[in-house]
Design a protein around this ligand. Structure first.
Ligand code: FES
Length: 378
């Protein structure tokens, strides 16, 4: 780091590294600049204009997420002018679609009443599915943005739900581009991009096809990146459940050996959504389709919870003791009659490394065979 490279932010001299933006320097030094379209790890788009700051000598406010820090730059991150600009931009975004989280026409004094009422579900029927976890709503509250006088823009695009995983509600999309960045730069699937112009602008999959007919692999990175209620897991759409009601449980994805870190959103004893943990590896928030959406087996009525023993041509439920006794006896009989290599052991990619280690140890040391393999589908 070159000690001579510094900027002055809110009166403090701060060293910066080449390539860092004003926002990077601010975040590294614990200075809060609000963002909406900025997505960590992707190139900035400067689309939302919420991260505006003042730079001495510049006529206009600049987007801190897209402006490189330069030597001796003097930056202010809060001022009445900045707050007013952020508020106006938020009001334009609120007016740009169907953001019916009731921030629209409220008296400033009744924010708390409104929040409590909505949280109790009294106005929950049509409520945005992102209510309480919507970045736009959070900022609207913070900056007291109310699009009074600005007519809401009608969208001509219907809700798209013709796939098993993701609902796209274009009326709530603010065209921040985070989903496009997440798809193209984080996951590098290149399945979606901006389409059309002006008021018709829309995020499109190839040829403006539904996601199910596109190159989308349904990793759900776009859903996690969406700061509003435009992209929602299908299992969690239209349930009237507020995201903030769910208990979040951190755990490890059960599907493969990578060990992705996930958060289970649990409501009423059921997993209602899965998100990747952003802060830690190995996945830093990203997940595959199985890790993000393949959790319905947990509460599925067909899930096997007890061992089954084949009796004639039917299976009957058994206790674990009975099942283990039977397996031990039959393994011993086969080994005695046909030798250990008549036996083989299949383990699973869905159990832990430690369990797989124990399984091969059991095969080699107890059964006496090296016939060990795994099946990813077990
Ligand atoms: Fe910088 Fe949107 S966060 S322009």
């Amino acid at each position: 780091m070159d000690a001579n490279q510094f900027i002055v932010m809110n009166g403090k001299e701060l060293v910066f590294e080449p390539g860092e933006t004003i926002l990077d320097v601010a975040r590294r030094n614990g200075i809060d600049i609000p963002t909406l379209c900025y997505l960590k790890g992707a190139s900035p788009t400067g689309a939302c204009r919420i991260c505006l700051v003042e730079v001495e000598g510049a006529r206009n406010l600049v987007a801190s997420c897209a402006t490189p820090a330069a030597a001796n730059m003097v930056v202010r991150t809060e001022s009445p002018r900045i707050r007013e600009a952020r508020r106006l931009n938020l009001e334009l975004l609120l007016a740009s679609g169907r953001h019916n989280c009731l921030v629209q026409e409220m008296d400033l004094e009744s924010w708390a009443d409104f929040q409590l009422k909505a949280m109790k579900g009294q106005d929950g029927g049509e409520l945005c599915p992102a209510y309480g976890e919507c970045r736009l709503q959070e900022l609207a509250v913070k900056y007291q943005a109310r699009p009074k006088g600005l007519p809401p823009t009608d969208t001509v695009y219907p809700v798209e739900d013709v796939n098993p995983f993701i609902v796209r509600d274009f009326s709530r999309c603010i065209l921040c581009g985070r989903c496009v960045q997440a798809c193209n730069e984080i996951q590098v699937n290149n399945a979606i991009s901006y389409g059309y112009r002006g008021a018709q602008s829309k995020i499109v999959a190839k040829g403006d096809l539904p996601l199910v007919n596109s190159d989308c692999v349904f990793c759900g990175e776009c859903v996690q990146a969406c700061p509003v209620g435009a992209l929602v897991p299908k299992a969690d759409y239209g349930t009237g459940r507020l995201p903030l009601e769910a208990r979040k449980v951190r755990t490890t994805c059960p599907y493969c050996g990578v060990g992705c870190q996930i958060r289970l959103h649990v409501d009423d004893g059921k997993i209602v959504r899965v998100t990747g943990v952003q802060e830690v590896g190995p996945n830093y928030g990203s997940l595959c389709v199985k890790g993000r959406f393949g959790h319905d087996f947990v509460n599925h009525p067909d899930r096997l919870k007890k061992p089954l023993i084949k009796d004639g041509d039917r299976f009957r439920e058994a206790t674990w003791d009975e099942a283990l006794d039977l397996v031990a006896r039959r393994l011993g009989e086969i080994k005695e009659q046909a030798g250990p290599d008549a036996l083989g052991l299949f383990t699973s990619a869905r159990i832990t490394n430690e369990e797989n280690y124990l399984a091969q140890k059991f095969a080699r040391a107890v059964l006496g065979t090296n016939n060990v393999d795994h099946c990813a589908r077990l």
